[in-house]
Design a protein around this ligand. Structure first.
Ligand code: DAH
Length: 360
């Protein structure tokens, strides 16, 4: 009977598939209330002769089962370790997967905005922003566009549907409305640049319905055209990263400035597909500017007999194309990762005047 039991137990131990199954057998047989333990408790009730025979037999049985369990436990532990080693194997020869910071790219527009604001921040300018959806008042009227003035059409404005009061808001056609918002909100001296999105109904290789401008505004008691020329010249040299650059101020017209000028910078376009700034005998228009019109100062709540100022506006997309040699503006908004990979900038290469604007 005990040999049959021993065979049964040893084959159960042998068949245990994992350490939990093995432990269940141990408790069932050798635990406090286990089968073998119960049998050993029975020894006390036996006659000495019976005990003499049964004692060593049961002890032997217990020892052999215990030994079998210990041996099996070792085998199972080894198998578990081997399985884990296979499951958790790392191929250390695989290339390291690139993280977001090294794979992502900064869009050239964002980069150029950072470059522009770094240059003006260094000259003591603050950044101002305003809403993309503007009222007719801020976009036109306060900037001295008379009602029905053809310049309102010139802007190819996107109008929104009239609201409850019949007012038609517009998608701002330029960043100039933020001039008025800033004058209303803060006392001179004002020195701000206003980067942002602007909208006009226009679409070809160099025009998109949404584009970007950066506006500048200085208002003070003594701000002059001479100050403006210096600021713009320093900006152009820093932005195009050239030590010297000739500029040409041509008379022009904007309703919000008087006098108004357009600015051309010196360039060389003799090599096809390449523009070099600060050399050559060609000119390229890059911005509009002028002295803030007295009506605009008044609209901003300032007395034109006390304050005067200058302002300018510039297309960001266009100067980004010029600086980085990107031929088609529409590609800026295609969200093609191959284009971004080529023209984009690394996220940690933040443009600074001391570290270099564009080198990364
Ligand atoms: N707002 C003008 C435009 O969108 C650009 C401009 C010209 C802005 C002259 C100015 C300025 O502040 O003085 O075409």
């Amino acid at each position: 009977m005990s040999e049959a039991l021993e065979n049964e137990l040893l084959s159960a131990v042998d068949a245990a598939g994992d350490e939990a199954a093995l432990e269940a057998i141990r408790i069932a047989e050798l635990g406090k209330k286990g089968r073998i333990s119960e049998m050993m408790k029975g020894l006390g009730k036996m006659s000495p002769e019976e005990r003499k025979e049964a004692g060593p037999r049961l002890n032997g049985l217990r020892d052999r089962v215990q030994a079998a369990i210990a041996a099996k436990r070792e085998v199972l532990a080894e198998a578990a370790t081997a399985a884990r080693l296979i499951a958790e194997r790392l191929d250390v020869t695989l290339p390291v997967r690139q993280g977001a910071a090294s794979r992502g790219r900064i869009h050239p527009i964002s980069q150029v905005i950072d470059e522009i604001t770094a240059i003006f921040a260094d000259m003591g300018f603050a950044i101002a922003e305003g809403p993309d959806i503007e009222t007719d008042y801020y976009n036109f009227t306060a900037l001295n566009f008379p009602e029905g003035h053809p310049a309102r059409e010139m802007h190819d404005t996107f109008f929104l549907a009239p609201d409850d009061k019949g007012e038609r808001k517009v998608l701002r056609t330029h960043t100039s409305p933020v001039q008025i918002r800033t004058m209303e909100a803060q006392e001179p001296p004002i020195r701000i640049v206003i980067p942002g999105k602007t909208y006009r109904q226009d679409s070809d290789a160099t025009h998109t319905p949404m584009f970007h401008q950066v506006e500048g505004l200085v208002v003070d008691k003594t701000a002059t055209i001479a100050n403006m020329k210096w600021v713009l010249e320093e900006f152009c040299k820093a932005f195009f990263e050239v030590p010297q650059l000739n500029m040409r101020f041509r008379p022009s017209f904007f309703p919000f400035t008087e006098p108004s000028m357009e600015v051309d910078i010196q360039c060389d376009r003799s090599k096809p597909g390449e523009v070099r700034f600060g050399e050559g005998s060609d000119w390229m228009e890059i911005l509009g500017c002028g002295m803030v019109h007295p009506n605009v100062l008044r609209a901003g709540g300032l007395d034109p007999d006390v304050y005067q100022g200058f302002a300018w506006g510039m297309g960001i997309d266009r100067i980004a194309m010029l600086k980085y040699g990107m031929p088609d503006l529409r590609a800026f908004f295609d969200a093609d990762v191959r284009w971004l990979e080529h023209y984009g900038f690394r996220p940690l290469d933040v443009p600074t005047l001391f570290g270099g604007l564009s080198q990364g």
